[in-house]
Each structure stands twice: as structure tokens, then as C-alpha cells.
Ligand binder design. Sequence first.
Ligand code: 4AD
Length: 486
Amino acid sequence: MFQTSAKTFSVLAATASAYRRVFLVGLRRYCKKTSTKLRVSEALSGAQLGADVKVQGWVRSVRPQKNNIFLHVNDGSSLQSLQIVADAKLNDPLLTFGSAVEVTGILKKSPHQKQPVELEAEQIRVVGECNPVNFPFKIKKRHSLEYIRQLPHLRCRTNAFSSLLRIRSEATAAIHSYFKNNGFVQIHTPIITSNDCEGAGELFQVEPSGPATVDDKNFFSVPAFLTVSGQLHLEVMSGAFSRVYTFGPTFRAENSQSRRHLAEFFMVEAEISFTESLEDLTKVIEDVFRSATERVLARCAEDVDLFHRHVTPGHRDTVEAMLNKSFPVISYTEAIDILHRSSEKFTFPTDWGCDLMTEHEKYLVKHCGNVPVFVTNYPYDLKPFYARDNQDHPMHTAAAVDLLVPGVGELCGGSLREERLNLLMDRLKRVGLEDTYNWYLDLRRFGSVPHGGFGLGFERYLQCVLGVDNIKDVIPFPRFSHSCLL
Ligand code: 4AD
């Protein structure tokens, strides 16, 4: 009995020891096999050929064949997806268009010409399922910008919108680089403000949603609004810094469904002290436009190409023409002459003193060779109180400038600012704003210098470079009258 037990024990011990050995070998193998996590763009660069890698992303196509299955996986790092080749036994009914996956395997040179690299999968894990029947995008179908606009929570999963978002991100970085490299100090101007910079009355008022606050007064004790422009705050700073800029969200309660207006948009604004003429501004505007556009074309070539080929064919030539020529400058008075001489029938009047409307702006751009054109010296009465009086007669103008661009019309608006205390005070008095802007008058009382600045609508800039007709297609979450999705 004892002998039998000893025998059983020794068999059990041997078995345990064998399992232990197998376990340790497995563990060692497991520990040795560390896959490098790569983004799709890194994998596609080909720098890691032969490496054991892990890639995570969303399936853009699935092609099962007899022996193999082919997938394309995208993680937003590039327009190109990574091709995955796997043995058919790794196929899984949950591997569908739109599903999220994690793939490990070896990066190999691809035998196909279309892609330089492919991932030979050893393991595919479906991280998140996606029912292709209910998913609103269909495999291989090119959905229109209008269609995907209805799905703001999902449209980043399409090629066109993910390209747009990468371009937007690169253009943002390019604009910041331009200002940084040219000695501008970035100022975070406030989003909530008590001033109406443009005086156009397109303000969103800010109020707490709950019951009235302390003493039944409004929250800030003064009316407060979402900013329509950071200009006046930049002007404060330009009393101590000769070059400042801001780049942030701006709000206008314009009751417009137009293709170039939003209720919330991003504006790039700069203010430059010790200016001598409008040329000091037009030079900076032209330089920002060129440097940002050149960088976007160079660093987002494939993404931009998608727009120029499929969304707005032929627009590439327009962009190249913009970059190859210097931007012409015409005065407002010349612009009115051009409109008068044209045979075009305009809807809005073109008399001297009338504002230029989109139809006029687009005509002027075409007339000047379909390149961006500066229009300077607008009628004094059309411009806000801060614009510098040119003191000319009989055509009384202000030193203001707009940049008009192909396809869009007005991209930038700017001016020299009235730095002369007496003239500014007179103008504010005439409109009854002398007390409200007493602090602004202080800027002219203490060390006032000639200065000027401009604002560039970032979404309109993207429209201009990509040729996108509707501004709602170049911002992640568009806000406009009667629409605030998500
Ligand atoms: O011409 P605007 O109104 O100029 C200003 O706000 C000045 N205070 C800027 C400054 O001098 N610092 O606006 C500047 C630009 C316009 O040329 C246009 O591109 C864009 O902002 N913009 C809009 N973009 C989208 N939707 C809207 N509702 C816009 N309103 C203006």
C-alpha cells in the first residue's frame, strides 16, 4: 500500500515537473516576444521591416480569400491604411468594415506595387465590433460631404474628413510657427468679454442657466458676451509688446445659413505696434498665408491631394497660382470703378459708400486673375470706431484693408487703428460710447503709438486652400443658426 502510494507520488512529481518546464519555456518565449507598438504611418514608413509589431486601428476593408484574408487598417495617422495579410484560419465573422482591431505580426516588404509594406498577421483581436448593416458608411463607397455632415459623431471615420482634420491640425501648427518664428507673443484673449469690438451687435450673451445669482443681479454684474474678436484685448497688449497674436474661437450670432458663415469659428488675429502704413499689415497677412499654405502642401500632400482630386478637381492649379504671384492691391475706390465697368448684373448696389458683398468680392478676385487681392481704404462710415481716419476729401476713407480670395471672398479684415486721442474721442462721442471705452482711450493717453492689425478667418482659409464650398465641411462640429448638433 505504502509502495503504491510512493509510486503514485513519484509519477505525480515527475508530471508536475514536466508541466513546470513547459510552463517556464512558454513564459520565457512569451516574455521574449515583445511586439513594438506602431502607428500605421510609422509602419508604412518601412523603417521597421522585419520587426515584430502591434498595430491598432479601425478596419477600412476586408477581403477574405481561400487561403488568406486581407484587411486594411487605419488609425488616423495617415490617409493610407496598412494592409494586413493573415492566414484564412484567423478570419472571424466579427472582422467587419468599421470594427476596431489589434493586430500583431511581422512587417514585410509587400509584393504589390500599391503599398510598400504589409503586416503578416500572427494574431488578430477584434477590440470593438461594428455591424456593417447598421453602420451608416458603406465599404468602398465615396460618401458626399453633404451626407457625412449629417453624422458629426461619425464623420471622422471617413477618408475625406480624417484628411481634413489632419490638414486643419497642420495648418494650426503652421500658423503658430509663423508667429513664433517672427517674434510675435501669443496672448490668450478672453472668450467671455464685456465689449462688442466690432459694434455690429452680433453678440451671444452669457448668463448662468440657474436661478438669478447674488442680489438678483446678473453673474458678472455687467452684461457679458462671447467674444466677436480678440482685437481690443490685443490692442491692450500692444501697449507693451510690439508684436502679439491670438488664435482661438470667436462667436457671432449671425442669423445666416450661408456657405461662409458660422456662429462659432476660429480667428487668427495679430496686432503690430509702430506701423507706418497698411503695407506693414499686408506684408504679414501675405506671409502668414504663404508660409502656412506651403507647409500644409508639403506635409499633408496626400490629404490635400484627396481634396484636389476628388472633392474640387482643378483646385490645385488655383492654389499654385496663388502661391506663384504676389497679391495685387487695389483701393476700394478702384474696386468700385471695376464693378461699374463690368457687364455683370449684381444683385446689390455698387455705389461708392456701399459695402462690398460676396458677389462683388468674387468678381474682383476673378478680375484680378483669380489670386488673392487686397482692397484698401474703405469708406470711413463703413468701418468700426477704431479704424484710422485717412482725413481725405471728398471721398472720406479709413485705413482699412480686406483680403479677398478665390472661391470665398473676404478672408481677412484689418486696419490701422486710430492712435490719435482727440480723433478717437470725437468719434466715440458721436456714437455715445465715450464712457464705455474710457479704458480704451487710456491706451491713447499713455504712450500711444501708430499700430494696426487684422483678423483671418481660419475656416475660410481652409476653404480657400482646399476649394471646399461649404464652411460647415472644414470644422469638426459646425454651429450655425438652428443647428448645434452634439
Ligand atoms: O472682418 P472681421 O469682422 O474683423 C474683425 O473681427 C477684426 N476685429 C479683426 C482684427 O482686426 N483683429 O473678421 C475677420 C475675419 C473675416 O475676414 C472672416 O474671414 C472671418 O473673420 N469671419 C467669419 N468666419 C466665419 N464665420 C463668420 N460668421 C465670420 N465672421 C467673420
